[in-house]
Design a protein around this ligand. Structure first.
Ligand code: ATP
Ligand code: MG
Length: 617
């Protein structure tokens, strides 16, 4: 389990958050209106002290009950106006912001689907999951609240301070006293909080990964009695997260202490000084009342700055984490423009990549010697292989003629699965090239390539969907029952018809559990349902009993007759399906021939096959 790069250091929260603009743009009108309304609402609150001043110095001092009632009415109306305006703000932002969140989440999911397999090899799924959930929620909260209120409170504080200075500049300066230490604390706090916030959010990702792994691997966990150690691992991570959260809380408490205490002291000082000056007759009582109630009205805007800054930092971290995924080059970027050469994301696939997709005349190709699948000097090493290690595939040359089926045999770990993954470009070759009917696969648009090449992987994955939907995934849109039935027949997966709801039965995580052999046959059906031109099967029959295997083979032979196929095989019986066999050894194709020839001439092949035979019989 690996977490991703954790760079926090000194990033600017503002610059990071500005990256959200493209997503916010569509709702900017509403957001700005809402902010403006909030500013007006907040400043309405500041008029209240002025009315108080008029009330105290006028009707109250002059013992005029009618005037007092009028003043009270004004105050009531101001209060109502403020409340209504804040209500309008809420109403303005709620819907557009949930849209922004949904948009960003959809964007993330879309990107995850398009990122190369090499990316998913590198990233723990929990990290991706937490970015799509917790982080996006933090962002929505930020857009709804701190973003507006940092502005609103800033303006309110400014206006309030001006009002106080106009009322009485001496008291105003007393109130302004703590400004510098408070700002300094905020700056220090921000930097520290950013680091801890990042750590906390990464730890949420790690925790998600552990939960996910233990849910998916619950059988292994239970089977080996590891529930205790698994729970311990969880508790440890959760404890670490708790520690980080507590550190966040401590930081927040410190800044809160400073932000609340210092202004409070200043207000106290202003009260004493003001009272003395009223007694001396230098100040009217009304002015002091107005002054102090303005100061009190500013308490909330000042106090809230602490957690608004905290939420902003968390949002900046969330943005950073979001864009770490979004900035990865998707598969398609590697095509044509050549911009997608981010290290590790895609291998450099030679000059062909840069030249874009050239139209190649089909007729010429078919007639040429390149028909079928051809590997030419293919080298490949995994982007995350230890540095200095030799390439896993080191100059593979192999030609599978059109219509031929070729078995691929090799010791476990020799790179068979890797080789098959190169054909649909799940990974990019490091150098060399693979051609289909003479056309470099790097020049074929991925979508077209993958519709022409069908694959069945070693681990048959079924999705939470019906059997039919799972199989028809391999067919072009619009394929239906006839294709489904034919594919199920070829893969000898007729058991599907006997399921509770036939081929509409839901399987996968949330549905009916199938046996390994059943899943393998459905995966095989998925591979053949689209009548692909090229078929790549990674040990497609390994989980079947001898009789079922023979039956599948008989049916598969018909399919293979007019398909060009590469079949990874461990057992002689599977090898016999193919016209010829290639032996993968030491990163190269060591020998090609019929099963019989190789058995006779190649010691390694004979050893591999005989060992297997004893094992499987
Ligand atoms: N995503 C990956 N990143 C780095 N190394 C990998 C990755 N996937 C596989 N490998 C390594 O590549 C080597 C070949 O793996 P591969 O799955 O191609 O073998 P295989 O021939 O299919 O073996 P088997 O017969 O057991 O299925 C292994 O040593 C494996 O550790
Ligand atoms: Mg394999």
């Amino acid at each position: 389990m690996m977490s991703t790069t954790r760079t926090t250091a000194d990033r600017s929260a503002v610059r990071t958050l500005l990256r959200l603009w493209p997503y916010v743009r569509p709702v900017r009108a509403r957001l700005f209106t809402a902010a403006a309304v909030a500013v007006v609402a907040s400043c309405t609150g500041l008029v209240i002290p002025l009315v108080l001043k008029w009330l105290v110095d006028g009707p109250v001092a002059g013992h005029d009950p009618a005037g007092v009632w009028l003043g009270a009415l004004y105050l009531l109306l101001l209060g109502i106006a403020e409340a209504v305006l804040f209500g309008i703000r809420r109403w303005l932002v709620a819907r557009p912001l949930s849209r922004v969140e949904a948009e960003m989440r959809a964007g993330l999911y879309r990107r995850l689907q398009r990122l190369p397999v090499a990316f998913h090899d590198r990233w723990a799924s929990g990290q991706l999951l937490s970015r799509g959930t917790t982080d996006l929620m933090l962002l929505r909260m930020f857009l709804a609240f701190p973003l507006t209120f940092l502005l609103v409170n800033g303006v309110t504080i400014l206006v309030g301070v001006i009002i106080m200075l106009v009322q009485d500049w001496m008291l105003g300066l007393v109130i302004l006293g703590p400004a510098v230490p408070v700002m300094w604390t905020c700056a220090v706090f921000e930097r520290r909080y950013a680091r801890v916030a990042r750590r906390a959010q990464d730890q949420v990702g790690d925790l998600t990964t552990v939960v996910e792994e233990s849910v998916l691997g619950i059988r292994v966990v239970k089977g080996f009695g590891r529930h205790r150690s698994q729970a311990r691992a969880f508790r440890e991570l959760a404890g670490r997260l708790r520690g980080t959260e507590l550190r966040k809380a401590r930081l927040l408490a410190t800044i809160w202490g400073v932000i609340v205490a210092l202004p409070e002291l200043a207000i106290g000082a202003a009260l004493v000084l003001g009272a003395v000056r009223v007694a001396d007759g230098e100040l009217t009582a009304g002015t002091l009342v107005a002054f102090l109630s303005t100061a009190l009205a500013l308490r909330w805007p000042v106090d809230s700055i602490g957690f608004l800054l905290a939420m902003t930092q968390e949002a900046a971290t969330a943005t950073e984490r979001y864009f770490e995924v979004m900035d990865e080059a998707p598969e398609d970027a590697a095509e044509g423009s050549g911009e997608g050469t981010a290290p590790g994301a895609v291998g450099v696939s030679g000059a062909a990549t840069a030249s874009g997709s050239l139209p190649v005349p089909r007729a010429e190709v078919r007639a040429g010697a390149g028909a079928g699948i051809r590997f030419e000097g293919v080298r490949f090493r995994y982007p995350d292989a230890p540095p200095g290690s030799p390439p896993l595939l080191d100059g593979v040359d192999l030609h599978i003629r059109a219509g031929e089926s070729m078995a691929l045999v090799g010791a476990t770990g020799s790179g068979k699965t890797t080789l098959t993954a190169l054909v649909p470009r799940l990974y990019e070759v490091t150098s060399g090239r693979i051609t289909l009917n003479g056309v470099d696969i790097a020049e074929i648009p991925r979508e077209e390539l993958r519709s022409r090449v069908a694959v069945a992987f070693e681990e048959p994955t079924l999705f939470s969907a019906s059997v039919g939907e799972n199989v028809l995934m391999g067919a072009p849109d619009g394929a239906g029952k006839p294709e489904l039935d034919r594919a199920l027949a070829i893969a000898r997966a007729d058991f599907a018809h006997a399921l509770p709801q036939g081929t509409d039965t839901r399987v996968g995580e949330q549905g009916l559990s199938l046996s390994g052999g059943q899943r393998q046959r459905l995966a095989l059906a998925r591979a053949v349902v689209g009548r692909p031109e090229f078929l790549v099967l990674d040990d497609p029959l390994s989980a079947l009993d001898v009789h079922t295997e023979a039956a599948v083979e008989a049916a598969l032979r018909q399919v293979l007759a007019d398909t060009t196929a590469l079949i990874v095989a461990h057992r002689p019986s599977t090898v016999l399906l193919a016209d010829r066999v290639a032996l993968l050894s030491g990163g190269r194709i060591a020998a090609v021939g019929t099963h019989r020839q190789l058995l006779r001439d190649n010691a390694e092949y004979a050893h591999l096959m005989s060992g297997r035979r004893e094992e499987s019989r």
